[in-house]
Design a protein around this ligand. Sequence first.
Ligand code: DP6
Length: 402
Amino acid sequence: MPEDSTHTPTMVTCTAPVNIAVIKYWGKRDKDIILPVNSSLSVTLHQDQLKTTTTVACCRDFVEDRIWLNGKEEDINQPRLQSCLREIRRLARKRRSDEYSTVDVSVLSYKVHICSNNNFPTAAGLASSAAGYACLVYTLAKLFGVEGELSCVARQGSGSACRSMYGGFVQWKMGEREDGKDSLAEQVEPETHWPELRVLVLVVSADKKAVGSTSGMQTSVETSCLLKYRADSVVPGRMDEMISAIRKRDFAAFAELTMKDSNQFHATCLDTYPPIFYLNDVSRRVINLVHRYNCHYGETRVAYTFDAGPNAVIYTLQNHVSEFVQVVRHFFPTTSNGGQFLKGLPVPSATISDDLKNAIGMEPLPKGISYIISTKAGPGPCVEEDSNHHLLGSDGLPKKTV
Ligand code: DP6
């Protein structure tokens, strides 16, 4: 290595996906190291449509750790960020002392600069913290030469982030230990397992969510007896049923459990005191629309699920996606000419019968849904090999174009 190159930052860029739970995580038994009251299961969404990109640089000239999120410098001292940084540095030192690592130990004492961007609006309630922390942990690990189980580090950034460390269908086993060593994410099946499965994100509102999931779930743990019943007596059985539905690619079973679990999660929000409302009128219309659509066909072709916000995430199969998108267009007509209504994976156009319109029988609501992101299951975090994609320049600062 030439003498001067030590002043040049060492840099790694990675990307990580968003995940959408079909069995929801809601409630912690340990707030500091983020241990949940129940196991959960999610589908990792494809990064072609939704992803976080993170560059981490380290250099002996850097004077402090710094972080920029979506173009704005943020406080690096947030406890969850500090937990992730501390854990990865600890694992790197441990690995170094085990003499497996090829990374120069002096690098571990260098300060880091972190720059992270989403390719979707952060405030749209699209689980940005999951992709964000998964990407941070994965990128730091690559930079410091840490390998192996990392979901328990991502978990300490944001609970749901541990599931974004894998592609496809992923479970987060709640574990039993107090130190959290058995509270880990595990892939149930890879994204290639169910290629017909499709996902539509119906973006209802780009407003920032009213009550954040971290504080919301804490109030639920303190006040909702329904949450305790759910965690102790409902979720364990549902995890088994969900895993079996996925393994068998049994869409009806998968869809029904997904809807029931979303509904029970929102019921625990209503059972929280004071109650938390994440669903709005548009969300409830989507729920009715899906049930009437399924009822018309006498089979479960479409499922909805909602996180801590009003956006609906729809799971369906490839052969129903174009008709269902047309149903959404019909009942939520867009009045704006600018901007695309359907983003992401192309969906062929379709017509819908008067019979179906009558069976759904709702008054169309203009502008109820701002846009749809059409996507599918996808892989876990990846290293970005093209150095042109680094978000930090050789001066260690965010590139101007970002
Ligand atoms: C409704 O992972 O955002 O999306 O652990 O406090 O960061 P923290 O919470 P977070 O909660 C996600 C809740 C959810 C359900 C889920 O993704 O399982």
